[in-house]
Design a protein around this ligand. Structure first.
Ligand code: NAD
Length: 278
């Protein structure tokens, strides 16, 4: 799909990957770009820069997404490309509180379902449209530092696959973006696991270029890191070996985390009033 003269909606477009996608698509001279984000100030700044429309929207709320889609259709009479990109994370394993599991489920999975409910019937009626799900490499592999992120991003990949299988013969192109580390505010550089991701991170501009290329080729997986494709292939060829390798990496990163914690405590103790070291 070419993007000139198209009407495009991007969620989570105020920052990071979403903002880079908005900027890159603007170069293709679309008819309109709607930037939906819970951060209205950031969305307005992007809209002012690229001549788009900013709308405040919490993607975990179906009514908000319906309102954004309606606003887009009222303004332009159609919607050609929906990029369901907003996403959140929470660190931790199965001890992660239910409130966080619920938040990630709503933003990382249900938001794609809500947006699809609102736009897919419109695209099917138009006979043409594209839906991009921003998942993550965590949805094809795993994110060692977050059980809830890994599970919900697998859910996002699964939903994108389902959407593609059900609607590709009705003119809908579905793409699923699965990057590993991307240099945005999303990465917490205090966290050794995110530090590890940062080492091989790519820029959001590179990710945006890959999204535009994939839309042009009308293929499914958007892989800004070639190694993610290789690991994914390896996982399907030798699941046990893949688990073994990731377990090894997990042990290494956990040791690093423990060492970083111990160092932080050692720095804190001497200055702590009443501590044995003072
Ligand atoms: N940065 C990475 O390393 C990385 C890697 C893989 C996948 N991803 C995914 O890429 C997407 C974008 O991440 P990013 O790195 O640009 O992060 P970011 O934090 O820089 O930007 C995320 C944007 O989403 C918005 N947002 C969050 N929750 C929202 C909600 N409920 N409603 C509306 N807007 C909301 C934020 O306000 C922000 O503008 C996410 O889905 C993330 O999971 C990021």
């Amino acid at each position: 799909m070419e993007l000139s003269d198209r009407v495009v909606l991007v969620t989570g477009g105020a920052n990071g990957i979403g903002r880079a996608i908005c900027r890159r698509i603007a170069q293709e001279l679309p008819q309109g770009i709607v930037i939906a984000d819970r951060e209205l100030t950031g969305a307005r700044a992007v809209a002012a820069e690229i001549g788009g429309i900013a709308v405040e929207c919490d993607v975990s709320c179906e009514a908000d997404l319906q309102a954004v889609v309606q606003r887009t259709i009222d303004e332009f009479g159609r919607i050609d490309v929906a990029i369901s990109n907003a996403g959140v994370t929470a660190k931790g394993g199965f001890e992660t509180p239910d409130s966080d599991w619920d938040r990630l489920w709503r933003v990382n999975v249900l938001a794609h379902v809500y947006l699809a409910r609102a736009v897919v019937p419109v695209m099917v009626a138009q006979g043409d449209g594209a839906f991009v799900v921003t998942a993550s490499a965590a949805g094809l592999l795993t994110e060692i530092g977050s059980a809830a992120y890994s599970v919900t991003k697998h859910g996002a990949v699964a939903f994108a696959e389902w959407l593609s299988v059900h609607y590709r013969n009705q003119g809908l192109k579905v793409a699923c973006l699965c990057p590993a580390g991307v240099a945005t505010d999303f990465l917490d550089l205090e966290d050794p696991i995110h530090q590890f991701l940062h080492v091989s991170s790519v820029t959001p501009e590179h990710v945006a270029e890959c999204v535009v290329d994939t839309l042009r080729q009308e293929s499914f997986l958007v892989l800004p890191h070639a190694e993610v494709g290789e690991f994914f292939q390896f996982k399907s060829q030798n699941y046990d070996r893949w688990l073994h390798n990731f377990a090894h990496l997990n042990t290494r990163l956990q040791r690093q985390t423990e060492r970083a914690r111990a160092k932080a405590v050692a720095v804190e103790i001497p200055g702590e009033p009443g501590s044995p070291a003072t």
